[in-house]
Design a protein around this ligand. Structure first.
Ligand code: PGA
Length: 247
């Protein structure tokens, strides 16, 4: 357990390529991998690159089981703003994966029971092989908002003001952003065998340095990546990292 590896890339193209290389290597190593799939802006270039490789016959997704990372509550199932809808457009369709193959989080009904069943499903097959993650400006992983327990299960959460403000850009108005959500719990994410985190842009600079360098704290969920047994690779662009190389 050597702590996260940090790869600094110069631009969005390189972020997509390097991220796609890491994910593709993991899929080759683990046919039948269960992979937690983040939505958000940052991984989109990486998914486009993976899709291009899939179209060229260079990436076999036949055995991949995608696992939903997080989801808003309070939306209709066919609302295109659900994270599932975004995942379908950016990951499932381009990679030739049927909706039915996804291990999904609930949108409604008995949320607590569905979250417990989700964790049981993952536990029964031995957890995640790979988690593809971004980082929130408050250090969240998925929607595990601070303060968080590293053993937190998959569950319903209230979104923090920082997250609602950051996501307002996807909704037009801050008052339209849902305030409740479900997230894959910290326990499952930290137990993944490999983690690829993508980080982009100046708004992430302060938090990524704090998450990697400050003492591990429940106030920065991503700081727990320092002490997980997972092989963690953080791919961070120059705008987010700043000058200099990782030590
Ligand atoms: P972003 O989201 O990629 O849209 O910045 C990351 C996150 O909130 O985890």
């Amino acid at each position: 357990m050597g702590g996260p590896s940090v790869v600094v890339v110069e631009d969005a193209d390189e972020l997509g390529r390097v991220g796609a290389d890491l994910v593709a290597d993991e899929l080759r190593r683990t046919p039948g991998a269960w992979v937690s799939v983040a939505t958000g802006e940052t991984p989109m270039g990486m998914y486009a690159e993976l899709a291009a490789r899939h179209r060229s016959g260079l990436l076999d997704t036949g055995g991949l089981t995608p696992v939903q990372l997080d989801e808003y509550l309070g939306l209709e199932p066919d609302d295109r703003r659900t994270f599932f809808g975004w995942m379908r457009r950016s990951f499932l369709e381009p990679l030739g994966i049927a909706d039915e193959r996804v291990v999904r989080l609930p949108l409604d009904g008995d949320i607590a029971a569905a979250c417990a069943a989700f964790d049981q499903t993952l536990d029964a097959r031995g957890g995640l092989d790979l988690a593809i993650l971004g980082i929130g400006t408050n250090g969240h992983l998925g929607f595990n908002e601070p303060p968080v327990d590293p053993g937190a299960p998959t569950r319903e959460v209230g979104l923090s003001t920082a997250t609602i403000d950051a996501n307002a850009r996807y909704w037009g108005d801050v008052n339209d952003v849902p305030t409740r959500a479900v997230t894959t719990g910290m326990r499952q994410l930290l137990a993944a065998r490999a983690i690829v985190m993508v980080v982009s842009g100046p708004t992430k600079r302060e938090i990524i340095h704090r998450a990697l360098a400050e003492p591990v704290t429940s106030q920065i969920p991503a700081s727990f990546l320092q002490e997980t047994g997972a092989a963690v690779t953080v791919v961070v662009d120059r705008e987010a990292w700043g000058e200099g190389d990782p030590s």
